[in-house]
Design a protein around this ligand. Structure first.
Ligand code: C5P
Length: 230
């Protein structure tokens, strides 16, 4: 179930910046874009409607985590907006994950965040009182996610092989932290190129600044897409 288009993280501060960025591409180029919490809380459903009306696929990355009933009804709202993919926190538990799937329905892709990649093993052990290794915790959450019939998880490209080894065959891994050969790493720590992510079995890659901050975003997008599909 590998997606041929890299998902572009639209980490912009305003509607105008999003529109300016999209105007760099021909209107026939249908993109897959990620809307994060900041942009969604600032602009609301209007940004989703705008992108969908132009034929783009939308990954609405809201990382929901609440009681099962609240998550289920929120997912019903998101499903009506026509999004293509969204996220929940696996820490919400099996019941919440099942409720999320129930609310969203079978159409859109639903994936869970396991441990945030900003969490270190010692932070996890201290703050969450989980006394295993970070990888064991990630694998445990991935298995719970599969048990709840979600489609997959967000993870570091370095975790993909281990996750795939403990989950069903069609379970997907979506990986940020992607950098083309020789690109600025920025605040990312352990990066992979699009081609490397493909080789280790990533199903979706999310790429932000290497495209959005490029001198020529369209050329950068096509180069990253070519490497991802090489
Ligand atoms: O600009 P860059 O390619 O680093 O952007 C990656 C995107 O993926 C950002 O929107 C970032 O918030 C998101 N992300 C990430 N690492 C995670 C989860 C999400 O970089 N573990």
């Amino acid at each position: 179930m590998r997606e041929a288009r890299p998902i572009i993280a639209l980490d912009f501060a305003s509607f105008d910046q999003v529109k300016t960025f999209l105007s760099l591409f021909p209107s026939t180029e249908k993109l897959y874009v990620k809307i994060g919490m900041e942009l969604y809380y600032a602009l609301g459903p209007e940004i989703v409607h705008y992108l969908k009306s132009r034929g783009h696929s939308v990954f609405l990355d809201l990382k929901l985590h609440d009681i099962p009933n609240t998550v289920q009804s929120t997912m019903q709202v998101l499903a009506k907006m026509g999004i293509d993919m969204t996220t929940v926190q696996a820490a919400g538990g099996l019941e919440m994950l099942k409720a999320a799937r129930q609310g969203l329905g079978e159409g859109p892709i639903l994936i869970a965040v396991t441990q945030l990649t900003s969490t270190s093993e010692s932070q996890m052990q201290e703050d969450q009182n989980i006394q295993t290794s970070l990888l064991e915790s990630v694998l445990h959450y991935a298995q719970k996610t599969a048990e709840a019939k979600l489609d997959g998880v967000v993870c570091s490209a370095h975790e993909v092989e281990a996750i795939k080894s403990v989950t069903p065959q069609n379970f997907v891994c979506l990986t940020p932290g992607i950098r083309p050969q020789g690109a600025e790493i920025g605040d990312q720590k352990r990066v992979m190129t699009p081609y490397e992510a493909k080789v280790i079995g990533s199903d979706y890659i999310v790429v932000g600044r290497p495209i959005t901050q490029a001198q020529d975003p369209m050329t950068s997008y096509y180069a990253i897409k070519a490497d991802w599909n090489a």
